[in-house]
Design a protein around this ligand. Structure first.
Ligand SMILES: Nc1ncnc2c1ncn2[C@@H]1O[C@H](COP(=O)(O)OP(=O)(O)OP(=O)(O)O)[C@@H](O)[C@H]1O
Ligand SMILES: [Mg+2]
Length: 267
């Protein structure tokens, strides 16, 4: 369980709050989808949840983040990585000279997994993500979409209860996007707390349990996808603008309705 109360973040050297009075929960067994325009504060919130702010990004921070009823700053780094997995927005920034398999195995070794457990975790995540073919490749040989999927494998491998994905759909093709949406749903069903920061909403929106809209560092709306759909129309990434049904002032009651109307219009 993640609980955020009155969180404010201002990067060093900036006069504006990148996050301003954020209060929200992300619950086990649910997919919490946090969306908003570029610059609205999604990555800043993801970094704060991983304590990268203020540990690696110099910033003033106010308010509270609790993980399982304990303040996040009371966890040691090794305790936190046993609780939270993180897929950064730009996995290419984290590439090392190790092979894909060596990289994921090293993380598991550092977390104290036994050799036979490491092999079974590697087999499981590479199979789930359909990336067995990449196992022995060097990370430096991979495309950005492949690196994205390796970053997801790395976050999933330790089987932690909380997963934070910063734009997991960026750079992946439609087939991988659908696979990932199914996977997030499965992880939530297993009882994990899944938090996805994303503006590519088309398929993810249908499986989200709670949607939060960020604008200029503030939460402007939150609720179930079907109740928040009217607020999503203002976000206007390409996928959502598809929901504005041509020649109609009607706002669709659900995402599925929007798709159906659009299909009717196009066919
Ligand atoms: N390292 C940083 N130093 C200073 N300001 C930053 C830093 N990172 C982000 N910001 C600023 O904080 C605000 C929120 O940015 P953030 O990257 O969190 O938005 P975002 O919603 O993730 O955007 P995107 O969709 O483009 O990834 C923006 O005004 C941005 O310019
Ligand atoms: Mg971002």
């Amino acid at each position: 369980m993640l609980e955020i109360r009155h969180l404010k973040v201002k990067y060093a050297g900036s006069s504006e709050w990148a996050l301003d009075n954020i209060s929200m929960d992300a619950k086990p067994g649910q997919i919490t989808l946090i969306t908003g325009f570029s610059g609205s504060g999604k990555s800043t919130l993801a970094r704060a949840l991983m304590t990268l702010i203020p540990k690696f990004f110099s910033a003033t921070m106010k308010g509270e983040i609790q993980v399982n009823d304990r303040l996040i700053q009371s966890y040691t780094r090794s305790e936190l990585i046993k609780l939270c997995g993180y897929v950064p927005q730009y996995p290419a920034d984290f590439v090392t000279t190790l092979s894909v398999e060596e990289e994921v195995a090293l993380i598991l070794e550092n977390l104290g997994f036994m050799p036979e457990e490491i092999i079974s975790r590697l087999d499981e995540v590479f199979t789930i993500l359909e990336i067995n073919i990449l196992r022995n490749k060097l990370q430096t040989e991979l495309s950005s979409g492949e690196l994205q999927r390796i970053a997801i494998a790395t976050a999933l491998a330790p089987n932690v209860p909380i997963l934070i994905f910063d734009e997991p759909m960026a750079r992946i093709d439609l087939k991988s996007e659908l696979l990932l949406v199914r996977l997030l749903k499965k992880l939530a069903k297993e009882g994990k707390t899944v938090v996805a920061f994303e503006h590519r909403l088309d398929y993810l929106l249908e499986v989200a349990d709670n949607v939060i809209i960020l604008e200029n560092g503030q939460i402007t709306a939150q609720g179930k996808p079907e109740t928040i759909i009217k607020d999503l129309l203002i976000i206007d990434p390409p996928e959502i603008s598809l929901m504005k049904i041509p020649n109609s002032s009607k706002i669709p009651a659900s995402f599925t309705d929007a798709h159906t109307s659009l299909k009717e219009f196009l066919l």
